[in-house]
Write a protein that binds this ligand. Structure first.
Ligand code: TXA
Ligand code: MG
Length: 337
């Protein structure tokens, strides 16, 4: 299949471009499009055959359900049975935005979209291109991140093409994505609601709205089906160093000295890390590092190193989301003190 990439203005998407993408979706095709978190691979949520194409293009396990995207809260009534009170408050505060909610699924929504579950994850993205595309298509759009299953989520159109070129007909290229980490996922079908996947809307911020909100026990992977799969992984093994910056910087330096005959890559942010040829520095502040994390991992991975050593962040604020992704990517975690 030929893959076409069209540039689109992220703030004022060209109506002809949106119409072309919407027409593909209306004819049962898949389209990669930008959201404010990462690029998504969309199909109409009620089109069983089109949703199947998402799973095929991504090589995604069929029991890993998709997020359904809407551009108007009125569309919720077609997707869910009722709105729990906790969800109502989160919707009023954070939509449109990078927050996805697990809600009770409407019986008419095809089970392929939700991996056979009786719940559905819904999100109202803030990105103008995503909103215009959903409106022009006239139906909610199911969309996981637009990467090969298990790989790092795409934050540029080039990342999407690297994984899906030849497998999908269209990529809408709106440049580099603002947040660069996937949305926060909150399960509102339980009391109290629980954070299943940390993201840009942090635990601290959610707490202010719902003081009793909980955090998922990661030893119970069945709560979020996707969590049991290895995720966000470069091809090279990722070795994650956790602890205070001084300790992790020192441990990375020791590792490099010991493995001097291997080409290791380093993703670091602070301290006196010895830098081999393959090194990238991220900002020390997690808020500024988050948007650049996935692109940096992809860039280092392209150099085909023997391993990628990553200096961890503290788990406050956006650091929780960063560390969640890094822990899933890591084949080895070294605790430093
Ligand atoms: O920012 C995002 O959320 C991006 C953009 C494109 O919207 N999408 C995204 O989708 O990250 P995906 O499929 O890569 O991640 C969705 C996560 C998976 O871990 C999946 O298992 C979980 O949400 N999920 C989906 N439906 C669920 C459900 N009914 N119950 C629990 N977890 C669910
Ligand atoms: Mg994904």
């Amino acid at each position: 299949m030929e893959t076409k990439t069209i540039r689109v203005d992220p703030r004022n998407p060209e109506p002809t471009t949106i119409a072309e993408a919407a027409s593909l979706l209306q004819h049962g095709e898949v389209v990669a499009f930008p959201t404010e978190t990462v690029y998504g691979l969309g199909a109409r949520a009620f089109d069983t055959a089109a949703v199947a194409k998402i799973f095929k293009a991504k090589e995604r396990p069929v029991d890993n359900p998709l997020i359904v995207h809407i551009a108007d809260t009125d569309d919720l009534s077609t997707l869910i049975r009722d709105i729990p009170e906790s969800a109502q408050e989160l919707i009023e505060t954070f939509w449109p935005g990078p927050l996805s909610l697990v809600l009770p699924k409407h019986p008419t929504l095809p089970s392929i979209t939700t991996g056979g579950l009786d719940t559905v994850v819904v999100r109202f993205p803030a990105h103008p291109v995503a909103q215009e595309l959903i409106r022009a298509t006239g139906q909610p759009i199911a969309a996981p991140s637009a990467n090969t299953s298990g790989k790092v989520s795409p934050t540029t159109a080039a990342h999407v093409a690297a994984d899906l070129h030849g497998k999908i007909p269209l990529i809408l290229d709106a440049g580099t994505i603002e947040y660069g980490l996937e949305s926060t996922v909150v399960d509102c079908t339980t009391t109290p609601p629980v954070i299943l996947r940390p993201g840009s809307i942090t635990k601290e911020v959610l707490h202010a709205v719902l003081p009793d909100i909980g955090t998922a026990d990661t030893t119970q992977p069945h709560r979020s089906p996707g969590m049991k799969y290895r995720h966000y992984s470069p091809a090279a093994p990722v070795i994650l160093f956790t602890g205070e910056p001084d300790a992790t910087a020192h441990a990375i330096e020791t590792y490099v000295t010991k493995h001097h005959n291997e080409t290791v890559a380093i993703l670091w942010h602070s301290g006196g890390t010895r830098r081999p040829t393959f090194a990238k520095q991220l900002p020390a502040a997690s808020e500024r590092a988050a948007p650049r994390l996935f692109a940096a991992l992809r860039a280092l991975d392209e150099l085909r190193p023997a391993a990628i050593l990553v200096q961890g962040y503290s788990t406050t604020g956006l650091g929780a989301a960063i560390m969640n992704r890094l822990e899933k990517a890591a084949s080895n975690i070294i605790v430093c003190n």
